[in-house]
Ligand binder design. Structure first.
Ligand SMILES: Cc1ncc(COP(=O)(O)O)c(C=O)c1O
Length: 249
């Protein structure tokens, strides 16, 4: 983040952190969400705090806050949501062509009760993480995420990186093989510039972002959730090792 902030500073850019997965995360002694000019968190159904859809933007900048508040509610002037309050009718105006990106009170009421179990759920996922890390230690067919003393990881996704040189199958076939073992694995993520829309818009720029492409072809996300039992996690690990052994070159 220091390097990104430095580049942004040189070019007069604002840095918006994608903290969608990172509600529990810290980096270099600072909470995720405090590392740039603004940060966005996701409360989509699969996230560690879920309101179905929706999320949160945080910023220390009054200017960004004002802009986002107004644009997120039809571009109406500030406090327009109070227009029918007990204090009587308040005139309001459209200042920009805005969006309807407001979170409903109903959603917030789901989310607010999850706040108190954020840390205990993280503890469960940390234990699952340690299980995977110890089960996969020493395998040369995959790599597990490295640990970094500067980072307190949110443990939202446990992503392995396949060593395709040691396997006879592609990542997509590996995911299918796991599914056949009754393990729902995912891919986070396919690099943006390799999606059809961006290929058609900007031309085929594969090989321009070699790290994103290398990881995009090798990454697999394994189940990680407080809803899983210890046995569930062990059986996922067994299935991964079985698929690795079967398709080893
Ligand atoms: C890394 C990342 N950023 C952004 C988003 C978008 O979040 P939302 O679906 O709440 O718009 C997601 C959603 O899965 C995500 O995984």
């Amino acid at each position: 983040m220091a390097a990104i902030n430095e580049i942004a500073c040189l070019h007069g850019l604002a840095v918006i952190e994608d903290a969608a997965h990172a509600i529990e995360a810290w980096y270099g002694g600072r909470k995720a969400g405090r590392l740039g000019d603004a940060a966005v968190f996701s409360f989509y159904a699969t996230k560690n705090l879920a309101t179905g859809e929706g999320g949160m933007l945080v910023t220390d900048s009054d200017a960004i806050e004002e802009k986002v508040r107004v644009r997120s509610l039809h571009g109406l002037s500030r406090d327009a949501w109070k227009r029918y309050s007990a204090e009587g009718f308040k005139p309001y105006e459209v200042l920009y062509p805005g969006f309807k990106y407001n979170m409903m009170d109903l959603q917030a009421s789901l989310g607010i009760h999850q706040l108190r179990r954020i840390e205990s759920s993280l503890c469960v996922r940390e234990a699952q993480w340690r299980t995977y890390a110890s089960e996969f230690r020493g395998l040369d067919t995959l790599r597990i995420p490295p640990e970094d003393r500067e980072v307190r990881h949110a443990r939202h996704l446990f992503t392995i990186e396949l060593n395709l040189a040691a396997l006879r199958i592609s990542r997509d076939r590996f995911v299918e093989a796991l599914r056949a073992e009754n393990v729902g694995a995912g891919v986070h993520f396919t690099p943006l510039h390799t999606h059809r829309f961006y290929r058609e818009l900007f031309g085929d720029r594969r090989w321009h972002l070699p790290n994103a492409e290398r990881i995009g072809e090798r990454t697999v996300s394994l189940p990680l959730s407080p809803a899983l039992t210890v046995d569930d996690v062990l059986s996922v690990a067994t299935a991964v090792k079985r698929v690795c052994a079967y398709y080893r070159r």
